[in-house]
Design a protein around this ligand. Structure first.
Ligand SMILES: [Cu+2]
Length: 143
């Protein structure tokens, strides 16, 4: 019966997209990055860690974060970054932590870490940054 068949097709495709969305959600990892910065006369609120690649998957992962100086939006190179903790606090599993190892990075202001994300869901990466004092800008006047 064509009308019924057509109806079933619609139901099937809805079911498929629903399952697909669920599967996608289950495989995804969300990482919230929290950070603190230390520098004499610098305001912590002026610095922010941003996750570079939002598509982190379960398993062995490279997590790249960019340290940004918020007032001018510029990445901050040469900061000493110390990863304090990577755990599943956003999913209510603070006790579920995984090891993090710093990795070399080629892009200034981007800091990389290697970690094994044992479970899909929400993770929180807590980072600390020791920011180098910026050299004072020389004032040049043209006449
Ligand atoms: Cu967990």
């Amino acid at each position: 019966m064509p009308p019924l068949a057509a109806h079933q097709d619609i139901e099937d495709s809805q079911m498929k997209s629903f399952n697909y969305a669920r599967a996608l959600q289950a495989a995804l990892i969300g990482i919230a990055v929290t950070g603190s910065a230390t520098l004499a006369r610098a305001d912590i609120k002026d610095y922010e860690f941003q996750l570079v690649d939002q598509t982190v998957k379960k398993g062995d992962a490279i997590i790249a974060v960019r340290l940004v100086h918020k007032p001018d939006g510029k990445p901050v190179p040469d900061a000493v970054i110390f990863a304090t903790r990577l755990d599943m606090a956003p999913d209510g599993m603070q006790e579920m932590a995984t090891k993090i190892a710093p990795m070399p990075s080629t892009e200034p202001g981007v800091y990389k870490f290697k970690a094994t994300l044992t479970m899909a869901g929400g993770w929180q990466l807590s980072l600390g940054a020791k920011v180098q004092a910026r050299p004072a800008r020389s004032k040049t006047s043209w006449s």
